[in-house]
Design a protein around this ligand. Structure first.
Ligand code: PLP
Length: 482
């Protein structure tokens, strides 16, 4: 006898009529292959008795299932699971974890270099790779503005399908803002609003790289950019990174040997080592891009955070040869979850990349984009930046002090001039061996990345943890190491 009572169990706490809950459960059983086509089911009276429900409820459920084609009534013999359903008669669907059917997805090889990502318990202390502290961000202000905007006529329009380039008001405001803060000479037509820098990297890489193109990156570089560039078929050619950033003399030699299509770079604070590309090399790089006709993909992910002096102007501000595609983001300014970034390039490149964006993501969040424009215009953004810059400077110094005082035998580092992380080289202790020990003690760090595994080094973010939290994290680390 089919276990109707347990299978068709309805949940009194769900705000959905009982007859529809029964309908849902029958459909689930049929699609899972546990109820088979042409299988007889109990009549409404019997089913009502079995489930201890009113017969009217069962009749309503059966009528609904008949109307949807899941059941059929054969006059004189009873009610059956429909014979017409396109289900393999005796197919058995396997389940993993009791939930997900196992689908056989034939992923191409080029996914193999992208790692699996672990989930981190919500109670853990995380020394991240350099994220902002969203507790400092004016999130109340942003969401309050969003709420009042959607109540207005303009907001209603923004909630609909809109321009794939992004909100025109944000693009115009941003063009002005980039000119004032970064010396970049652009207009709204040169800007595509993305969902964070990562989408910018993806779009630019897809647009610029064809299979087997040579793409130059640093000997250490941002791994998620590496994955994207390789995914697009790029052959990564690595050049040394030292205290002045990527070695442009090595790049010049490489350009003599092979055609270079793209150079991906994080010149403001090199990822992961945090060094700033020297002026001499900036100029050399731009000259090489003109001479050898390659595109510079400038990922300026943390422009706003430089503690020694004012932020250094991006390569894009010296872009006389038009070879720089510039990528920026609000992820580090407010919170990574905002997912709003931008790509700045020639009108032609923007127009082409918009076509690509159209097929992977119809558009971004136009409401939040308009509110960001307001944050820039009203000065809310610069007030927040000023405040967080001071806080992050103190947190950088605090983490540096903790490392010096408690872990100098185990960690080497240079104080970064900007960004949100210290590049820490571990010695006489293996990060890979340390990982399970600290995880057990509730501390998580970016150890799964190849950078950490291969170089026994990692970025220790200082911005997202306050002084107390940093002390707690280092206390755990010290205990685990010693
Ligand atoms: C160098 C670099 N580029 C890009 C990104 C991606 O940033 P977003 O959140 O804007 O996609 C990150 C994130 O940490 C990063 O470190």
């Amino acid at each position: 006898m089919y276990p109707w009572k347990s299978v068709l169990l309805f949940d009194p706490l769900i705000n959905r009529p009982k007859y529809l809950q029964i309908t849902d459960n029958v459909i689930k059983e049929v699609t899972a292959g546990r109820l088979q086509p042409n299988q007889k089911i109990p009549g409404s009276r019997k089913m009502a008795d079995l489930l201890n429900l009113n017969r009217k409820t069962i009749i309503l459920a059966y009528d609904e299932l008949v109307a949807q084609g899941w059941l059929e009534v054969k006059s004189s013999s009873g009610t059956y699971i429909s014979e017409q359903l396109p289900l393999t008669r005796y197919s058995k669907i396997e389940y993993s974890d009791g939930q997900q059917p196992l689908a056989d997805i034939d992923f191409p090889d080029h996914y193999s270099f992208i790692p699996q990502f672990e989930s981190i318990p919500s109670s853990a202390i995380i020394i991240d790779g350099g994220s902002p502290d969203s507790r400092l961000a004016p999130m109340d202000w942003l969401y309050k503005e969003c709420r009042s905007l959607v109540k207005s006529r303009i907001g209603q329009r923004l909630l609909s399908y809109n321009d794939v380039h992004g909100d025109p008001v944000l693009r115009t405001t941003l063009a002005q803002y980039l000119s004032e803060t970064r010396g970049m000479n652009t207009s709204a037509d040169n800007i595509l609003i993305t969902r964070g820098s990562q989408m910018g990297i993806f779009l630019a890489a897809n647009g610029l790289i064809r299979p087997d193109d040579n793409v130059v990156v640093g000997s250490t570089s941002y791994d998620a950019a590496d994955w994207t560039l390789q995914y697009c078929g790029g052959h990564l050619q690595r050049i040394t990174v030292d205290e002045e950033g990527i070695n442009t003399d090595e790049l010049a030699l490489l350009c003599k040997k092979m055609t270079v299509k793209v150079v991906y770079i994080t010149p403001h604070h090199h990822f992961p080592t945090t060094v700033t590309l020297s002026n001499k090399r900036r100029i050399h790089l731009l000259q090489l891009s003109i001479r050898y006709n390659f595109t510079i993909l400038e990922d300026d992910y943390d422009f706003d955070f430089h503690y020694k002096s004012n932020s250094i102007l991006p390569l894009a501000s010296l872009n006389s040869g038009g070879r720089v595609v510039y990528i920026g983001s609000f992820s580090k300014v407010f919170a990574p979850n905002l997912r709003i970034g931008y790509l700045v390039a020639s009108k032609k490149i923007i127009a082409d990349l918009c076509k690509l964006r159209r097929i992977i993501d119809r558009q971004g969040d136009h409401v939040m984009q308009r509110v960001l424009a307001e944050a820039i215009q009203s000065g809310e953004l610069s007030r927040h930046l000023k405040k967080s810059l001071n806080t992050y400077r103190q947190r950088r110094d605090n983490l540096a002090l903790l490392l010096t005082n408690h872990l100098s035998d185990y960690v080497d580092f240079n104080l970064p001039e900007g960004g949100m992380a210290i590049w820490a080289k571990f010695k006489s202790v293996s990060l890979v061996a340390l990982k399970p020990v600290i995880n057990k003690m509730g501390l998580y760090m970016d150890i799964d990345r190849d950078l950490a595994k291969n170089l026994n080094s990692l970025r220790m973010g200082f911005a997202s943890l306050n002084e107390k939290e940093q002390e707690k994290a280092i206390e755990i680390l010290v205990k685990a190491i010693k």
